[in-house]
Every structure is written in structure tokens, then in C-alpha cells.
Design a protein around this ligand. Structure first.
Ligand code: PMP
Length: 433
């Protein structure tokens, strides 16, 4: 009695909240743009053909014993080739300490814990905004939200700002994020900072401010980057900008950590989406990378990912790997084996791998096409998007048009289909006029 009386309900995950609202809406026109999961052009979930074939291949072959963290080296070997390039020196020289992780979130969590053990004094810098945008803690959540809000609504009158603040204070209570970069590193007790990333005025990368933040951070700071398909803005640095960032990282001795949640989804090409990482490799940085197969193989629920950290030589890699494995064992023992076997089978069978590469391209192309059609439809309607009233717009889209998305206005393009793109364009145009 009385043991848990002080425990209040935790804040809701905004994405789950969006899904709940979507499911409860009886409208036949409803659209869910909240969940970042791939859908086909009829809005249905997809199991990739390469996954179906890999499942057939491994059926019956699986020992229902949990493999210890060190056994599935094949999946890790193939994953590091994907991200660093199969002919890269780090791969040839065995200089990467890689372990399988519980999808991208788990890989980030393992790294944050590793950082706490071996560099507890250093800060981690996140892009502003990052996955997920709205972060709260009881003490400064409201402020943080307000900062975001001011960036979005700079040019409103005082009166209008009051109205918006009240909307945002509701968001603070209702839609704090349960898992996100901020929360993951905060749980590891790593002090966090943000660096400038998105400029709402130009709706593009605030490159000058980003470079200033890199220069002004204490030497040897940790920085998290999204190597492609930045969540939630979709804005990525150009090749030239990555080169400048990499150069400045050399000057400052910063550590780059790449959270690769969508390899292949930005361009349809796995190597192209790893371009930022390859540029850092050329400059001989030691980097860390979290990889997720949730999106690129559609294995969301299987929770398959990889954490890799580059080292000076294979001996250091072995030491670091053993440390990460020890952290993982204390957290969850070992990861579930089925998804790992699927990824391992697809990546190490040339036919399945080339089928997968084709399927990644098909998914990326479909999303690109819908993005173009949506834009064309909006242009035809004479829309010039007005992001200043984004909260109102998101609310109106849900209430009047049965279209659901997270409060930061991020829409998952995978939820857009041939069947709903006209309806969506009309609705967006209506609320942004
Ligand atoms: N990083 C980023 C940038 C993400 O957008 C996501 C999920 N949307 C993740 C990590 C985590 O993905 P998962 O744990 O499902 O692999």
C-alpha cells in the first residue's frame, strides 16, 4: 500500500495520440499522415517481397534460442558495409565496432550509454529541431516548446501570440514525447545542447548559424546528425555543405554521430543517402552510426538495427565492441533473433539483396511522386503555404478534413496515395489560404 501513490501518468507519445484520433474518426475520407511507416498507393501496409522470400528461406532453420550478442556477426558485417561502403578502408581493416541493436532507437540508446561511461563530461548537440520536435520535462518543457513556437510564428501580432501560446501550453501537457533524441540522451544523463538547423523564414538550412554553432561549441563535443531525410524537416545539407562541416569538425576535434533511420528513402539509392558519412570517412574521422531497418526493410515491429563506432585499429574495435555488448547485456540481454536473421539473409544473398535495392527504390520513388503531385495540386489551387499558423492548420486539418499529423506539421509522405492526394491538396490549401 502506498508504494506507487506518487506516480502520475507519463506524457503521451504524440504519434500514438495521432493514431488514436485517426482510428476513432468514422469519416470515409480520413487520412493518417502521422506514422512514419511506408504505405502502398492504396494506403496499405507493405511487406517487402525480399522479406517474404527471406522468411521462406529461414523457416525451420531458426534455433529458438536467443543468440548471444556476439553471435550474429554476419548481420553486423553487412550493415557496416551498407553504411561505410563495402570497399572502404574501415571495413577492410576491421576498424568498426558494430553490434546489433533494438532498431534505431536502441542503437542511439546504446551509444548514449557508451558515451556516459567513457565521455560523461562532454555535451551532445542535436539539430534544432530533431526527432521528435516537442520535448518536455516538468521544469523547462514549456520554455522549450515556446522557443519552437516563436520560430514558427515570428510575425504574428501580440494578440495572436497569446492565442497561440495557450494552444502550445496544451500541447505541452498532452503531447510530450516518450522517445526521441533528447529523451534518449537525457536518460543517459548526458548534458544536451542544440545547434541551429532549420530556418523557418527561408524554409531551408540555416547553414551559417549551424557552422557558427559548430565553431563555438567546446572542442571535442559530440554532435548528432541525420545523414539524409532529416526528421522532421526533410532538409539536408548539400554535398558541399557536408564537406565544410566535416572540415570544421577536424579543426574542432568534434565527434560526429549519425542517426541513419531512412537509408535509401531520400534518394532511392543507398549509397547516395550515405554520402554525408562517406565524406566524413574521406576526411578520416572516427564516427558513430545508428542504423535502422524499420523503414528501409519495413521491419518496424522486429526492431532490427545496428550501432557501429569506428576505431583506430581492429584491437580497439574489439575492446569497444565488448564494452557495448556488456551495456546491452545489462539492459536487455540479447535482441530477438528472427528479425536479425531476416536482415542477415537479405544482405548476404545477392539475389535477395538486389531485390531489396529495387524495392527501396520503388518505395522512395512512390513517395517522391506523391510529393510532386501534392505540390502540383497545391500550385494549381494557387496556394502559397503559410506556416505561421501551423498549429491552427494542423487542428483544422483534423477537425474539418479528418487528416491527422503531428502538431509540428510534419507529414509522412508515405501516407499520401493516388486516391487521397487531391483531397489532401484541397484541404491543405483551405487551411493555409
Ligand atoms: N531516428 C530517427 C531520425 C527517426 O525518425 C526514427 C523513427 N522515426 C528513429 C531514429 C527510430 O526508429 P526505430 O527505432 O523505429 O528504428
Amino acid at each position: 500500500v502506498g508504494w506507487w501513490d506518487h506516480v502520475a501518468p507519463a506524457a503521451k507519445d504524440p504519434i500514438n495520440g495521432v493514431t488514436e484520433a485517426f482510428l476513432a474518426d468514422p469519416s470515409p475520407f480520413k487520412i493518417n499522415l502521422g506514422v512514419g511507416a511506408y504505405r502502398d498507393d492504396k494506403g496499405r501496409p507493405v511487406v517487402l517481397q525480399c522479406v517474404r522470400e527471406a522468411e521462406a528461406k529461414i523457416a525451420g532453420s531458426e534455433f529458438l534460442e536467443s543468440i548471444s550478442a556476439s553471435v550474429s556477426t554476419k548481420m553486423v558485417e553487412e550493415s557496416v558495409k551498407l553504411v561505410y561502403g563495402k570497399d572502404s578502408d574501415v571495413v577492410k581493416e576491421g576498424r568498426s565496432a558494430g553490434v546489433q541493436a533494438l532498431s534505431g532507437t536502441g542503437a542511439c540508446r546504446l551509444f548514449a550509454e557508451f558515451q556516459r561511461r567513457f565521455h560523461p563530461e562532454s555535451h551532445i548537440y542535436f539539430p534544432d529541431p530533431t526527432w521528435s520536435k516537442y520535448v518536455c520535462s516538468s521544469s523547462f518543457g514549456f520554455l522549450q516548446v515556446l522557443v519552437q513556437f516563436f520560430q514558427v510564428v515570428k510575425c504574428l501580432s501580440d494578440n495572436e501570440i497569446d492565442v497561440q501560446i495557450s494552444i502550445f501550453s496544451v500541447i505541452e501537457v498532452q503531447s510530450c514525447v516518450l522517445y526521441s533524441h533528447h529523451n534518449i540522451w537525457r536518460d543517459a544523463q548526458i548534458p544536451e545542447r542544440t545547434y541551429h538547423y532549420y530556418d523557418p523564414d527561408s524554409k531551408s538550412l540555416d547553414f551559417a548559424a549551424l557552422m557558427d554553432d559548430i565553431k563555438n561549441a567546446p572542442d571535442s563535443s559530440f554532435f548528432l546528425f541525420h545523414p539524409s531525410a532529416h526528421n522532421p524537416t526533410g532538409v539536408d545539407p548539400t554535398e558541399e555543405q557536408w564537406r565544410e562541416i566535416s572540415y570544421q569538425f577536424k579543426v574542432k576535434g568534434h565527434f560526429p554521430f549519425f542517426d541513419m533511420a531512412y537509408q535509401g528513402f531520400a534518394s532511392g539509392d543507398l549509397d547516395k543517402d550515405a554520402q554525408a558519412i562517406r565524406i566524413f570517412l574521406e576526411d578520416e574521422h572516427l564516427i558513430g552510426c545508428a542504423q535502422s531497418y524499420a523503414k528501409s526493410m519495413g521491419l518496424y515491429g522486429h526492431r532490427v538495427g545496428c550501432l557501429s563506432i569506428l576505431c583506430v585499429d581492429s584491437k580497439q574495435a574489439a575492446a569497444i565492441r565488448s564494452q557495448i555488448q556488456q551495456i546491452a547485456r545489462a539492459m536487455y540481454g540479447s535482441p530477438p533473433v528472427h528479425g536479425i536473421l531476416l536482415v542477415e539473409t537479405i544482405l548476404s544473398d545477392p539475389n535477395l539483396k538486389s531485390l531489396w535495392i529495387d524495392e527501396v527504390k520503388i518505395m522512395a520513388d512512390r513517395i517522391q511522386r506523391k510529393r510532386t503531385t501534392l505540390r502540383q495540386n497545391l500550385e494549381k489551387l494557387g496556394s502559397s503555404l503559410n506556416w505561421e499558423h501551423i498549429t491552427n492548420q494542423v487542428d483544422r486539418l483534423a477537425k474539418e478534413f479528418h487528416i491527422y499529423m503531428t502538431q509540428d506539421g510534419r507529414i509522412s509522405m508515405a501516407g499520401v496515395t493516388t486516391g487521397n492526394v487531391n483531397y489532401l491538396a484541397n484541404a491543405i490549401h483551405e487551411v493555409t489560404r
